[in-house]
Design a protein around this ligand. Structure first.
Ligand SMILES: Cc1cc2nc3c(=O)[nH]c(=O)nc-3n(C[C@H](O)[C@H](O)[C@H](O)COP(=O)(O)O)c2cc1C
Length: 183
Protein backbone atom coordinates (compact mmCIF):
# COMPACT_ATOMS: atom_id res chain seq x y z
CA UNK A 1 0.00 0.00 0.00
CA UNK A 2 1.30 3.46 -0.94
CA UNK A 3 2.11 5.87 1.90
CA UNK A 4 -0.37 8.79 1.79
CA UNK A 5 1.13 11.98 0.38
CA UNK A 6 1.94 14.68 2.90
CA UNK A 7 -0.22 17.74 2.24
CA UNK A 8 0.90 20.19 4.92
CA UNK A 9 4.01 22.27 4.15
CA UNK A 10 5.13 22.11 7.78
CA UNK A 11 5.04 18.32 7.72
CA UNK A 12 6.92 18.13 4.43
CA UNK A 13 9.63 20.41 5.82
CA UNK A 14 9.88 18.39 9.05
CA UNK A 15 10.21 15.19 7.00
CA UNK A 16 12.98 16.73 4.90
CA UNK A 17 14.98 17.55 8.06
CA UNK A 18 14.32 14.08 9.47
CA UNK A 19 15.53 12.39 6.28
CA UNK A 20 18.66 14.56 6.21
CA UNK A 21 19.38 13.53 9.81
CA UNK A 22 18.89 9.89 8.82
CA UNK A 23 20.98 9.92 5.65
CA UNK A 24 24.29 10.76 7.33
CA UNK A 25 24.07 7.60 9.46
CA UNK A 26 22.74 5.27 6.78
CA UNK A 27 25.13 4.29 3.99
CA UNK A 28 22.18 2.99 1.96
CA UNK A 29 20.12 6.16 2.20
CA UNK A 30 19.78 7.70 -1.27
CA UNK A 31 20.57 11.16 0.11
CA UNK A 32 23.86 9.98 1.63
CA UNK A 33 25.61 10.81 -1.66
CA UNK A 34 24.62 14.07 -3.28
CA UNK A 35 25.85 16.30 -6.07
CA UNK A 36 27.50 19.51 -4.92
CA UNK A 37 27.70 22.30 -7.48
CA UNK A 38 30.04 25.25 -7.07
CA UNK A 39 31.33 27.90 -9.42
CA UNK A 40 34.69 29.36 -10.28
CA UNK A 41 32.90 32.55 -11.30
CA UNK A 42 32.50 31.49 -14.92
CA UNK A 43 31.85 27.79 -15.09
CA UNK A 44 29.75 25.54 -12.85
CA UNK A 45 31.48 22.47 -11.41
CA UNK A 46 29.50 19.58 -9.95
CA UNK A 47 30.63 16.41 -8.23
CA UNK A 48 29.36 13.62 -5.97
CA UNK A 49 30.03 14.00 -2.26
CA UNK A 50 29.19 11.95 0.83
CA UNK A 51 27.10 13.68 3.49
CA UNK A 52 28.79 12.88 6.81
CA UNK A 53 27.06 14.89 9.53
CA UNK A 54 23.87 16.87 10.10
CA UNK A 55 23.41 19.65 12.64
CA UNK A 56 19.69 20.24 13.10
CA UNK A 57 20.10 23.46 15.11
CA UNK A 58 21.93 25.27 12.31
CA UNK A 59 20.69 23.08 9.42
CA UNK A 60 24.25 22.39 8.43
CA UNK A 61 25.65 19.39 6.60
CA UNK A 62 29.28 18.32 6.81
CA UNK A 63 31.34 16.91 3.93
CA UNK A 64 34.96 15.75 3.95
CA UNK A 65 37.36 16.64 1.18
CA UNK A 66 40.96 17.07 0.13
CA UNK A 67 42.16 20.59 0.93
CA UNK A 68 44.04 20.72 -2.39
CA UNK A 69 41.01 19.92 -4.54
CA UNK A 70 39.75 22.58 -6.96
CA UNK A 71 36.40 22.74 -5.16
CA UNK A 72 38.14 24.20 -2.10
CA UNK A 73 39.49 27.14 -4.09
CA UNK A 74 36.09 27.62 -5.73
CA UNK A 75 34.33 27.65 -2.34
CA UNK A 76 36.81 30.12 -0.87
CA UNK A 77 36.16 32.54 -3.73
CA UNK A 78 32.43 31.79 -4.19
CA UNK A 79 30.93 30.35 -1.00
CA UNK A 80 27.37 29.90 -2.29
CA UNK A 81 26.73 26.46 -3.75
CA UNK A 82 23.90 24.06 -4.55
CA UNK A 83 23.55 20.53 -3.27
CA UNK A 84 21.20 18.25 -5.23
CA UNK A 85 19.76 15.10 -3.66
CA UNK A 86 17.33 12.58 -5.16
CA UNK A 87 15.47 9.76 -3.45
CA UNK A 88 13.66 7.30 -5.68
CA UNK A 89 11.96 5.81 -2.63
CA UNK A 90 10.48 9.16 -1.59
CA UNK A 91 10.29 10.40 -5.19
CA UNK A 92 11.72 13.61 -3.77
CA UNK A 93 14.41 15.86 -5.19
CA UNK A 94 16.03 18.51 -2.98
CA UNK A 95 17.93 21.43 -4.41
CA UNK A 96 19.59 23.01 -1.42
CA UNK A 97 21.15 26.43 -1.75
CA UNK A 98 24.01 26.27 0.72
CA UNK A 99 26.48 28.64 2.34
CA UNK A 100 29.78 26.77 2.18
CA UNK A 101 32.83 27.09 4.41
CA UNK A 102 36.15 25.24 4.52
CA UNK A 103 38.08 24.27 7.63
CA UNK A 104 41.58 22.85 7.32
CA UNK A 105 42.76 23.23 10.93
CA UNK A 106 41.38 23.26 14.45
CA UNK A 107 39.57 20.85 16.73
CA UNK A 108 36.70 20.11 14.34
CA UNK A 109 39.19 18.98 11.70
CA UNK A 110 41.57 17.08 13.98
CA UNK A 111 38.80 15.21 15.82
CA UNK A 112 37.27 14.05 12.53
CA UNK A 113 40.67 13.14 11.11
CA UNK A 114 41.38 11.07 14.24
CA UNK A 115 38.36 8.92 13.34
CA UNK A 116 38.91 8.99 9.57
CA UNK A 117 42.57 7.95 9.71
CA UNK A 118 41.57 4.56 11.13
CA UNK A 119 39.46 3.85 8.02
CA UNK A 120 40.47 2.83 4.47
CA UNK A 121 39.11 6.21 3.31
CA UNK A 122 42.14 7.88 4.95
CA UNK A 123 44.19 7.11 1.83
CA UNK A 124 42.11 9.65 -0.07
CA UNK A 125 43.70 12.43 1.96
CA UNK A 126 47.28 11.12 2.04
CA UNK A 127 47.95 11.05 -1.68
CA UNK A 128 51.06 13.01 -2.66
CA UNK A 129 49.20 14.31 -5.72
CA UNK A 130 46.41 16.88 -5.53
CA UNK A 131 43.07 15.67 -7.00
CA UNK A 132 42.96 16.32 -10.73
CA UNK A 133 46.73 16.69 -11.16
CA UNK A 134 48.45 14.68 -13.90
CA UNK A 135 49.73 11.30 -12.77
CA UNK A 136 53.50 11.49 -12.40
CA UNK A 137 55.90 9.61 -10.18
CA UNK A 138 55.56 11.06 -6.71
CA UNK A 139 57.06 10.17 -3.36
CA UNK A 140 54.65 9.44 -0.56
CA UNK A 141 54.95 11.85 2.34
CA UNK A 142 55.06 10.80 5.98
CA UNK A 143 51.64 10.23 7.49
CA UNK A 144 50.22 13.37 9.01
CA UNK A 145 46.76 14.85 8.92
CA UNK A 146 47.38 14.75 5.20
CA UNK A 147 45.19 17.08 3.25
CA UNK A 148 42.00 16.40 5.11
CA UNK A 149 39.51 19.27 5.13
CA UNK A 150 35.98 19.72 6.44
CA UNK A 151 33.36 21.48 4.33
CA UNK A 152 30.25 22.80 6.05
CA UNK A 153 27.13 23.49 4.05
CA UNK A 154 24.51 25.56 5.83
CA UNK A 155 21.13 25.31 4.12
CA UNK A 156 19.69 28.69 3.13
CA UNK A 157 16.91 27.59 0.78
CA UNK A 158 15.31 24.21 0.19
CA UNK A 159 13.66 23.64 -3.16
CA UNK A 160 11.60 20.46 -2.75
CA UNK A 161 10.15 18.63 -5.77
CA UNK A 162 7.98 15.55 -5.57
CA UNK A 163 7.37 13.50 -8.69
CA UNK A 164 3.99 11.76 -8.64
CA UNK A 165 1.70 10.09 -11.16
CA UNK A 166 -1.21 12.21 -9.92
CA UNK A 167 0.73 15.45 -10.40
CA UNK A 168 4.12 16.71 -9.39
CA UNK A 169 4.39 19.18 -6.51
CA UNK A 170 7.05 21.67 -5.57
CA UNK A 171 7.62 23.89 -2.53
CA UNK A 172 10.30 26.28 -1.39
CA UNK A 173 11.40 26.62 2.25
CA UNK A 174 13.61 29.48 3.38
CA UNK A 175 13.91 32.10 6.14
CA UNK A 176 10.48 33.46 5.12
CA UNK A 177 8.80 30.08 5.65
CA UNK A 178 7.36 27.59 3.15
CA UNK A 179 5.28 28.16 0.00
CA UNK A 180 3.96 26.09 -2.88
CA UNK A 181 5.34 26.93 -6.31
CA UNK A 182 4.64 25.58 -9.78
CA UNK A 183 6.65 22.45 -10.45
C1 LIG B 1 30.06 8.10 -4.78
C2 LIG B 1 31.11 9.18 -4.68
C3 LIG B 1 31.30 9.84 -3.48
C4 LIG B 1 32.26 10.84 -3.39
N1 LIG B 1 32.43 11.51 -2.20
C5 LIG B 1 33.32 12.52 -2.11
C6 LIG B 1 33.43 13.27 -0.90
O1 LIG B 1 32.74 13.04 0.09
N2 LIG B 1 34.33 14.28 -0.88
C7 LIG B 1 35.11 14.60 -1.96
O2 LIG B 1 35.87 15.53 -1.85
N3 LIG B 1 35.01 13.91 -3.10
C8 LIG B 1 34.14 12.88 -3.22
N4 LIG B 1 34.04 12.16 -4.39
C9 LIG B 1 34.89 12.54 -5.52
C10 LIG B 1 34.33 13.81 -6.18
O3 LIG B 1 33.13 13.50 -6.86
C11 LIG B 1 35.32 14.49 -7.12
O4 LIG B 1 35.68 13.60 -8.16
C12 LIG B 1 36.58 14.96 -6.39
O5 LIG B 1 36.28 15.43 -5.09
C13 LIG B 1 37.27 16.08 -7.17
O6 LIG B 1 36.37 17.17 -7.29
P1 LIG B 1 36.85 18.65 -7.67
O7 LIG B 1 37.89 18.48 -8.76
O8 LIG B 1 35.62 19.34 -8.18
O9 LIG B 1 37.39 19.30 -6.45
C14 LIG B 1 33.05 11.18 -4.51
C15 LIG B 1 32.85 10.51 -5.72
C16 LIG B 1 31.90 9.52 -5.80
C17 LIG B 1 31.71 8.82 -7.12
Amino acid sequence: MDTPRLTVLREIEATVWRELAACVDDKKHPWRVGVLATTDGEVAHARSVVLREWDAATRTLTIFTDARSPKVREIEAHPLGTLVLWSEKLSWQLRLQVQLAIETAGLRVSSRWARMKMSPGAQDYLSPLPPGSPLVHAVKTRESRGNFAVVTAQILTTDWLELHAEGHRRAVFDAQGGRWVAP
